[in-house]
Design a protein around this ligand. Structure first.
Ligand SMILES: Cc1cc2nc3c(=O)[nH]c(=O)nc-3n(C[C@H](O)[C@H](O)[C@H](O)COP(=O)(O)O)c2cc1C
Length: 330
């Protein structure tokens, strides 16, 4: 049995969580990861201002289904008043946790003073958190942030301490600075420093690609939970692998046949949950299909073909052709 951690009143299995990823970790993705053992999931980021102006798309992003729990809805915003109002609206969707994004590096977000721009204004970050905590009542509020703004000048410890003082129930720390975006190395030592500085749970994030890197994150940082983003692309199995390692059990990686079966299951789920017709929904499925085919002979060519898929039948045929290609090389 895996240990559990507590974020506020919410119990979470101490294995690994799915990181919020706009445009990737949608409901279908989260459900696939849950099926393979993810302990906790977070919605794609939702604009606090957008939801206050009741944008229909943002409302669908906030929906929490029973199978996804425990789940956080993630908000981003730079004004405490809008954040408080947005939290009240989000509470209607009954999330287990409300998370605030203070880590997004994208210029479109940062230029409005939200996302990782808040790492440059810790007092404002604290005020936003305080407003959210007050509005959320007994629903825990967490914050996801980075190592800092500039590489080599981390302020994650200062940030986490201020957020803790503002009532945050946990922080998730991605060990990169804003100016690293998603390249270079994520720094576990910064996550360790945060863990040593605060009493609330710390979630470690950055560059987890397998059970080994997950164990390193736990051991080097002492973090309470590990969160995985890109390492779960086409690889929901990573959660099963980590659960097995933590439980001291043997782990058998999936065969290619199993991977293709799961890829098709993922595509069916995308089609089922999408409001679009099959052809348009397949556009959303293409990148996922390509990720499941990573790392084999001829992958590059097949990934290219994934980006031309326009029906489920084509995906099925491509998966079969891919399996036959690998078999022909045995
Ligand atoms: C495509 C993509 C979308 C992302 N969207 C979000 C988001 O909506 N909210 C957020 O807090 N972080 C977002 N992130 C950052 C991830 O949650 C995570 O912090 C980052 O990818 C580092 O973890 P990894 O090395 O395991 O991928 C996104 C990352 C990627 C690659």
């Amino acid at each position: 049995m895996a240990d559990t951690i507590k974020i506020g009143r919410v119990s979470i299995k101490k294995t690994a969580a799915v990181a919020p990823m706009a445009g990737v970790a949608d409901r279908a993705y989260r459900l696939m990861c849950k099926k393979y053992g993810a302990a906790y999931v977070v919605s794609e980021m939702v604009s606090a201002k957008g939801i206050c102006y009741s944008d229909r798309k943002t409302a669908s992003l906030c929906t929490v289904t029973a199978e996804e729990r425990p789940m956080a809805v993630q908000l981003f915003g730079s004004e405490p008043e809008f954040m408080a109002e947005a939290v009240k609206i989000v509470l209607e969707y009954e999330p287990d946790i409300i998370d605030i994004n203070m880590g997004c590096p994208v210029p479109k977000v940062v230029n409005t003073g939200t996302g990782s721009a808040l790492m440059k204004d810790v007092p404002l970050a604290a005020k936003i958190t305080e407003a959210a905590v007050k509005a959320a009542g007994d629903v825990p509020v967490t914050v996801k942030h980075r190592a800092g703004w500039h590489y080599g000048e981390p302020n994650a410890v200062e940030m986490a301490k201020a957020l803790e003082a503002s009532g945050a129930a946990a922080v998730a720390v991605h060990g990169r600075s804003r100016d690293q975006y998603y390249s270079g190395q994520s720094h576990n030592d910064i996550i360790r420093d945060v863990k040593q500085a605060v009493s609330i749970p710390v979630i470690g994030n950055g560059d987890i690609t397998d059970a080994d890197s997950c164990m390193r994150m736990y051991e080097e940082t002492g973090c309470d939970l590990v969160m995985i983003g890109r390492g779960s692309y086409g690889n929901p199995f990573i959660f099963r692998e980590i659960e097995a390692r933590l439980g001291g059990e043997d782990y058998t990686p999936p065969s290619l046949e199993e991977k293709m079966r799961v890829m098709l299951e993922h595509i069916r789920l995308i089609l089922q949950l999408s409001e679009k017709n099959e052809e348009l929904a397949m556009h959303e499925a293409r990148k996922h299909a390509a990720w499941y085919m990573n790392g084999y002979y001829g992958s590059a060519k097949f990934r290219g073909r994934c980006y031309m898929l326009s029906s489920y039948a084509e995906a099925e045929a491509l998966a079969e052709e891919f399996i036959q290609l690998q078999k022909s090389r045995e």
